[in-house]
Ligand binder design. Structure first.
Ligand code: GLN
Length: 446
């Protein structure tokens, strides 16, 4: 009730939630009370949470913040939703996001932009901006997000949260509406590392319904939170501190990193020379995959359907023209272009080669260092509307986060301090399945 009341009071202004599930939340809370009484409760029983509206939730609208799915009620739960429900947590509702997770500011949502609780003239970041604003404003203690190119970490940075994008394959993608399937990964958005670890415990694990799910034991992510950082080798890629990085953000990040020396870590400058290829590579791979994934939204099987179609062609054309927003259409057009027979080798194949180079150079770096640190985003939260007419400026908001998705590595953003009164995130990148170490580092820093 406390969180439902806070949502009632603050959601009109923040627009963090698309759907609030008051009745079912109270029923789940009552069931949790029973478990507490019967002493069958687990660590998370009764803890409220919110899901990004990209996860299918049985019986509850799952819109992906698109007009296309405005009336779509999922017939089944995503694995993440199922697992979190099984842990006893209470779902408060579904959070706002960029349409189909395409964006860095939450301004592409069909349901309108989300406001950053730290300054409501500013964006919360995206695409998991509703989850970020909800947790930052304490409308929910914790939320899920998804990260294809930075969508957990960048909004966490802009809203002062602890957000983790796990290794590709760690968390099931079943029932998570696909944007770019080879990059998408779900993760927790929390107030601190311990909360993130607890939600990771609930979310992670093998799922035979996701062919890219990795069959590997899930450690207890809370067990290593207090490990010593003595001897930890931190690499700082010089490419992450160059042109485009706001000097105030740079200063905050550098001060934060010095703290780790006091905790016993050693710091070393490294180089990831192909960093400049990450954004262009991503904006070939991600649109290519999205153009294929979104072809299922055809107005026939589910989703928005145009009225009085003349014929099948007209039905497809108008349903898609009316249902998708401008950014989604831009991506579909780029995607079909780079996949078309005449351009495939020049763009898509080349992007796959660049992806391999980016991935390989991370592995070389991990021969020398245990983790990589740098800023999560080049700036603090920008003003609403500031970048909406300049897609390239918007795309550059993810310049430091995109490489890890291309490589499939885990990455985390943690609160690093404030630059001119606005939150700044420190990014920590680890090697495959090193989420435990990232959470440990985040916890020791707090
Ligand atoms: N901002 C990036 C994009 O627009 C990443 C989004 C995401 O991670 N879902 O594609």
């Amino acid at each position: 009730r406390h969180f439902l009341d806070r949502i009632k009071t603050h959601n009109t202004e923040l627009n963090a939630f698309i759907s609030v599930c008051e009745e079912s939340a109270l029923a789940q809370a009552a069931a949790a009370d029973e478990q507490l009484k019967n002493k069958t409760a687990g660590k998370l029983t009764g803890i409220p949470m919110a899901h990004k509206d990209i996860f299918c939730t049985k019986g509850v609208r799952t819109s992906c913040a698109s007009k296309m799915l405005d009336s779509f009620v999922a017939p089944y739960d995503a694995t993440v939703v199922e697992k979190i429900a099984a842990s006893g947590m209470v779902m408060l509702g579904k959070t706002n996001m960029d349409e189909f997770a395409m964006g860095s500011s939450n301004e592409t949502s069909y349901y309108g932009p989300v406001k950053n609780p730290w300054d409501t003239d500013r964006v919360p970041g995206g695409s998991s901006g509703g989850s970020a604003a909800a947790v930052a404003a304490r409308l929910a203690p914790i939320a899920t997000g998804t990260d294809t190119g930075g969508s957990i970490r960048q909004p966490s940075s802009l809203c002062n949260l602890t957000g983790l994008k796990p290794t590709y394959g760690r968390i099931s993608r079943y029932g998570m509406i696909a944007f770019a399937s080879s990059l998408d990964q779900a993760g927790p958005m929390a107030a601190n590392a311990e909360d993130a670890a607890l939600l990771m415990n609930a979310m992670s694990g093998f799922d035979e319904r996701d062919s890219t799910s990795v069959e590997r034991e899930v450690p207890d992510y809370t067990a290593t939170l207090n490990d010593s950082l003595e001897g930890l080798r931190i690499g700082l890629p010089k490419e992450y501190f160059g042109e485009g990085l706001d000097p105030q953000v740079a200063a905050t990040i550098e001060t934060a990193i010095k703290e780790f020396e006091k905790l016993g870590a050693t710091i070393k400058e490294i180089s990831l020379p192909n960093t400049h290829l990450a954004v262009p590579t991503y904006y070939v791979v991600a649109p290519a995959e999205c153009s294929s994934n979104l072809s299922r939204m055809d107005g026939v099987r589910f989703g928005h359907r145009a009225e009085n179609p003349k014929d099948l062609q007209d039905l497809y054309q108008r349903s898609r023209s009316e249902g998708f927003g401008a950014e989604v259409k831009r991506r579909i057009m780029i995607g079909t272009y780079v996949l078309s027979a005449g351009y495939y080798d020049a763009y898509y194949l080349k992007a796959q080669q660049c992806r391999r180079l980016i991935s390989d150079e991370f592995q070389q770096a991990f021969n020398e260092v245990d983790v990589i640190m740098g800023p999560t985003a080049p700036t603090t939260a920008f003003k609403l509307g500031e970048k909406t007419n300049d897609p390239v400026a918007m795309y550059l908001a993810d310049i430091y986060t995109i490489s890890t998705n291309l490589a499939g590595l885990p990455g985390m953003s943690i609160p690093a301090g404030f630059a001119e009164g606005l939150p700044t995130g420190l990014q920590i990148i680890g090697n495959y399945f090193d989420e435990g170490r990232l959470l440990n580092i985040a916890h020791r820093y707090q």
